[in-house]
Design a protein around this ligand. Structure first.
Ligand code: SOE
Length: 383
């Protein structure tokens, strides 16, 4: 008989992230030996037919069409928020008040002040909480963290990251509604800054510490789009592209760039860090490799090495296949669930917590503000 404890999940939203998280809950117990086993208890969405189809496909035991009912259910331990950004706060506050654990899709909130309200409420409720910044759990990125923490790079001088896509170039693309809420500022809060740069920022502050100030430029290339919900042509309020410079608290300099107008790029997230002794580079399109250059290597063999992060002593990889066989994007979510479940068992919160994610939110706020003022803007303190 299994000695595992069940952790009953109530998931809200059935889009791309609803699928990614459900897949992770299903797989985690097969590959990681954990005290807790997620149970797909209920899926929730306003449209009953769609919720049922989603629940049947992923094996949820039941369906709700009102998230408030889900949050009040005694048989639910954890609420997973996979809905558009403008709904995160209300759901999280209710879930916290009902004593539920919360896993919230990124970005945490629409903006910093809203995020702070969520952090305060959740910390007061004392419930385990986490935000799905999944790229921390790509084994090559986790390995980068280990190498940096071991001091192999020495003092860090430069951090460089970009996240490029091309899916909104057509001016015929409407904004708002299912699948396209990311273009609607009322649902998303911002454009590429909160959607894509938030990932780059989360990884950056995890690897390289906090940021002091930022200087940004933002642009909205297509000024008006038809709104799917109202049927009217409405002003576009999101940033289509954003590039910013930053100064980290450790003295290093950084550049970040993101756009949905880089023809040919679908999800090109790359990062590079240059330190006193060594540099590392990573590319989401080749996610199982970490590029590493160490100046201390003997001169005649010195050069960039491409580490195939698939050995059993690489982060998370001992839980998967035999050395040399790689894993992919969806496994970063499995790892994040594994860490969350281990965190509950050990009473040690898995990162990023809501408070960790608030730091990203504050940086996004400063970036968007700088895009408007044209000045360097200080980042508010989240700790
Ligand atoms: C946008 O296209 C998007 O799906 C983001 O919302 C995700 O967070 C990112 O991981 C991939 O791109």
């Amino acid at each position: 008989m299994s000695t595992k404890k069940n952790l009953n999940i109530g998931l809200i939203g059935y889009g791309f992230m609803g699928r990614a998280h459900s897949n992770a809950y299903r797989k985690v117990g097969n590959f990681f030996d954990l005290k807790y086993q997620p149970v797909l208890k209920a899926a929730c969405a306003r449209n009953e037919q769609n919720a049922k189809a989603f629940a049947d496909n992923w094996g949820y035991e039941s369906v709700e069409t009102d998230w408030r009912k889900l949050v009040e259910r005694d048989d639910i331990d954890a609420i997973d928020i996979c809905t558009p950004n403008n709904t995160h706060a209300e759901i999280a506050l209710a879930a916290g008040a009902a004593g539920k654990m919360i896993l919230c899709e990124k970005p945490l909130s629409m903006n910093g002040p809203e995020g702070l309200k969520m952090v305060k409420a959740i910390e007061k409720a004392g419930v385990p909480n986490m935000v799905w910044y999944n790229y921390r759990r790509v084994p090559a990125v986790t390995l980068a963290k280990k190498l940096i923490d071991e001091g192999r790079l020495g003092k860090i001088f430069h951090y460089r990251a970009k996240f490029l896509q091309d899916w909104t170039i057509s001016e015929d693309l409407p904004q708002g509604g299912q699948g396209l809420w990311r273009l609607d500022v009322k649902a998303a809060g911002s454009g590429v800054t909160g959607d894509l740069l938030a990932h780059c920022i989360d990884t950056a502050i995890w690897l390289n510490g906090g940021m002091d100030k930022v200087s940004a430029m933002t642009e909205t290339f297509i000024k008006e789009r038809k709104h799917n919900l109202t049927g009217k042509v409405e002003k576009v309020g999101i940033d289509d592209a954003c590039a910013f410079m930053a100064r980290f608290k450790n003295g290093s300099l950084a550049t970040f760039e993101s756009t949905r107008y880089a023809r040919g790029h679908k999800a090109l997230y790359t990062l590079e860090i240059n330190g006193e002794h060594a540099s590392i580079a990573w590319d989401l399109h080749d996610l199982h490799r970490l590029q590493y250059f160490d100046h201390r290597d003997q001169g005649i063999v010195r050069g960039w090495r491409s580490i195939h992060v698939t050995d059993s002593d690489h982060p998370y990889m001992g839980n998967w296949w035999v050395p040399g066989l790689q894993i992919g994007y969806e496994h970063s979510f499995v790892h994040q669930v594994a860490d969350f479940l281990e965190g509950i068992a050990k009473k040690k919160p898995a990162s990023p917590t809501f408070r960790d994610a608030l730091e990203t939110q504050y940086i996004c706020d400063a970036v968007l503000k700088s895009g408007k003022t044209g000045r360097w803007e200080k980042v508010a303190n989240a700790k």
